[in-house]
Design a protein around this ligand. Structure first.
Ligand code: 5AD
Ligand code: SF4
Length: 477
């Protein structure tokens, strides 16, 4: 388990600018991201587009000419946090009336013109498929008009835009391999905010990963809402209309991962998110074949009850999920497994909640992101089911899930003591500049003395002790 199970909502991006503006326009951009890794990856596209237009970036919103907030709509509390931030940003108009504020991403897509008309919080509203239009929208907003583009696309993948890396460490990069989602899980707003699923040209993915490696990055995380359904067939033809022959000639996720793994054995490959209904043994075999594909799978279960899973429209049962876990454990015996869990979904009974706890015990997750159910407008669940589990029950179930995961995580961490871990160094440990931190293949944090080692190097660390979620040890030969 990560130290903060709600990290998905709460992370805020720092900025390290790797590319200076081509022709500076003297204007400063403050760009903040909330939500999933895909949003962080999108912000790198946005930064690229605006730096090409002459913007430089700043970490201080008070000196910015343009404030953009890339938002998340997945739960109500994620949206409320963004509203609060936008209220703060709006205040800078008092000292700098020309400053422009824009809302990007999933909340922009969900609320559309409501931001401009009712909430009056921003000058621009830009959905996830409209970032190429940002320069025009800014021009429009500069003339005092409100600007909006929330058109969703069936083709846009931003394949040709080289992202400006905004990560803090310069070691691990996110690479988006597809956009949108066709799954329609009944609780989820993503299909409405990010549109239809589409895969990105594998050549452009490999090129981006190579460029990251050449720039010193040593890890890429391939991102998609459902990476197992990645499929590229030449001109971006839709999966549903492909003949069997065309399917055979196209690139699937296992093949794509192999192409990326072959770039260089020193480039680690990770991916997120897998879907239990689509994860094939092919993917597991490719992971087993290449040392540099990390042994770590994020496989959201959401619930341990087949009845609830059916209502969630997840497309698998408890038994199916456990069979997939068994396949992982067979083909990749030391694979780290993480998950997402929702407590208190519509009509979930106490027994069904117990089924989630028993599934957690059975799988023994390394870590988990855990949430209580938050009803989202327009979703299937909102239309079909009653959000009838009381808030206090949802929260009590959430605490039980969190406590059990805490126990599971510390058991998993303790199992790493006494073993040697290959670690990619990401930087200083949180507590001391005398210590470095990195992750092992399973994504567990490992801390050890700095000596002459540096960020981006691989070292073998013998873990000698641990805290609940961190291994501590020394580098061995
Ligand atoms: N309420 C609570 N959690 C949700 N998630 C998605 N939608 C909701 C919702 N309406 C969780 C799921 C998903 C993760 C990204 O967020 O667990 O896998
Ligand atoms: Fe949402 Fe389900 Fe798609 Fe994940 S797979 S983004 S939970 S609809």
């Amino acid at each position: 388990m990560r130290t903060d199970e709600k990290i998905i909502d709460e992370t805020v991006q720092g900025e390290v600018l790797m590319r200076p503006p081509k022709l500076a326009n003297g204007k400063k951009l403050f760009l903040e991201s909330y939500g999933c890794q895909m949003n962080f990856s999108d912000s790198e596209i946005v930064a690229s587009i605006l730096i090409d237009k002459g913007y430089s970036t700043t970490q201080n919103y008070k000196e910015a000419d343009l404030i953009l907030v890339n938002t998340c709509a997945i739960r109500d509390n994620a949206e409320n946090r963004v509203r609060q931030r936008l209220q703060d940003y709006k205040k800078i108009k008092k000292s700098n009336p020309d400053a422009l504020i824009g809302v990007l991403g999933c909340m922009a897509e969900r609320l559309k013109s409501q931001f401009l008309e009712q909430e009056k919080l921003v000058d621009m509203v830009v959905g996830p498929d409209a970032y190429r239009d940002l320069p025009n929208l800014i021009e429009q907003a500069e003339t005092g008009q409100k600007a909006i583009n929330v058109i969703l696309s069936k083709e846009e993948t931003y394949a040709d835009i080289a992202p400006v890396r905004l990560d803090k460490n310069g070691v691990s990069a996110f690479v988006s391999i597809m956009r949108g989602c066709d799954n329609m899980c009944s609780f989820c707003v993503v299909p409405f905010t990010r549109g239809r699923e589409r895969s990105r040209d594998p050549q452009s993915i490999v090129k981006e990963c190579k460029e990251a490696f050449d720039a010193g990055y040593r890890e890429v995380t391939l991102l998609g809402q459902n990476v197992d359904s990645y499929l590229w067939s030449g001109g971006g033809l839709k999966k549903e209309i492909l003949t069997e022959e065309q399917k055979a000639a196209s690139t699937n996720f296992a093949q794509l991962m192999e192409m990326v793994a072959l770039i260089n054995p020193d480039l680690r490959v990770r991916f997120s998110t897998s879907h239990p209904k689509d994860m094939t043994d092919d993917v597991l075999q490719i992971m087993a074949k290449y040392e540099n594909i990390c042994n770590n799978i994020h496989l959201p279960v959401q619930s341990g009850s087949s009845r609830v899973l059916d209502m969630m429209n997840r497309g698998y049962s408890r038994e199916w999920y456990l069979e997939r876990i068994a396949a992982i454990k067979k083909i990749l015996p030391d694979c780290g497994i993480s998950t997402d869990i929702i407590t208190g979904f519509c009509s979930e009974t106490e027994d069904e909640h117990q089924e989630t706890l028993s599934l957690m015990r059975e799988v023994g997750y390394d870590y988990a992101y855990m949430f209580s159910y938050s009803e989202r407008p327009k979703t299937l669940a909102e239309r079909k089911y009653k959000d009838d589990v009381p808030e206090n029950v949802k929260n009590r179930r959430l605490s039980e899930v969190v406590n059990l995961q805490r126990e599971n995580s510390s058991i998993k961490t303790a199992q790493g003591v006494g073993k040697v871990h290959r670690v990619l160094i990401e930087g200083f440990s949180k507590k001391s500049e005398e210590m470095l931190m990195g992750r092992n293949s399973q994504n567990m944090v490992v801390v050890f003395p700095k000596d002459n080692h540096k960020k981006g190097d691989y070292v073998n660390v013998l873990a000698e002790r641990c805290t609940t979620s961190t291994l501590i040890g020394n580098v061995v030969g």
